[in-house]
Design a protein around this ligand. Sequence first.
Ligand code: CP
Ligand code: NVA
Length: 317
Amino acid sequence: MSPSARRRQEAGGKTRPGSPRHFLRLDDLGSGEVETLLERAVALKAYRRTGVDHANLIRRVLGMIFEKPSTRTRVSFEAGIYQLGGHGMFLSPDDLQLGRGEPIGDTAEVVSRMVDGVMIRTFGHHRVEAFAAASYVPVINGLTDSYHPCQVLTDLFTWYEQRGSISGRTVAWIGDGNNMAHSWIKAAVLLGFELRLACPEGFEPDPAILEGGASHATVMRDPRAAAQGADIVTTDVWASMGQEAESDDRERAFGAYQVDSDLMAAAKPDALFMHCLPAHRGEEVTAEVLDGPQSVVWEEAENRMHAQKALMEMLLA
Ligand code: CP
Ligand code: NVA
């Protein structure tokens, strides 16, 4: 079955013509919209710090469906919608009929009649697409096997608040060609920066996504070549959620792809180190780098909330 036929089937044949605005991939936004969101996130962060009221989504309800675990995504969305005057409803598959086989399209039809937006974290990207196709309200991708757009939007914000425009800069991705790498590829094209991805053989990004990003993204083998003169060095776990059984094989394949102080020294002296977290000290990154002066990982984690509040204002208002 083709991917689009599968999506239609999962959506129960439902589509919503003139449907709401969704955020399933970073390129669901235009570059101007990303800039607007980054500026708004700066303001929202300042309002929270200084106690300025910003309850712009009073009584709006965000349904939050998690088919994989989460710390940052759950806390940032739930705290964020509450600070905006709304309510976050945590829904795990164990509590939903979804976990007992109710089709995702039927779940979307029902849930989206009662809430104002839905955030989903799931496995196959086709599942968020199917949910969105059947949804009456905006759907936000909180991570799929293919993309993690909220995280990369946040990483762009983290760069923006410290250094300004990312256009023309260089980002080095070290490690797995995974969901985060795919969202970085979308970001590179959208905002016009160079992305160098150092990946071991067999762990490159999806060829179709890479082809779409060929103007700005290059895969290389050598992590040092990727990090050379970079403005941002970033990495992620070697085994993503759902790949636990491959952990040992991946540990062997990724041994030479650790971000350590030597690798950071190849980047610009003021380069930032980013990681979406959770991190494994001693695997993809050394403790020295993760906890060192160039690391912005804790700011990045907090920034999830500010960036997503800006996103929710845009989609749910
Ligand atoms: N970075 C991130 O999405 O973290 P969680 O898996 O804890 O949500
Ligand atoms: N690539 C990781 C990101 C976790 C936030 C995963 O999918 O598990």
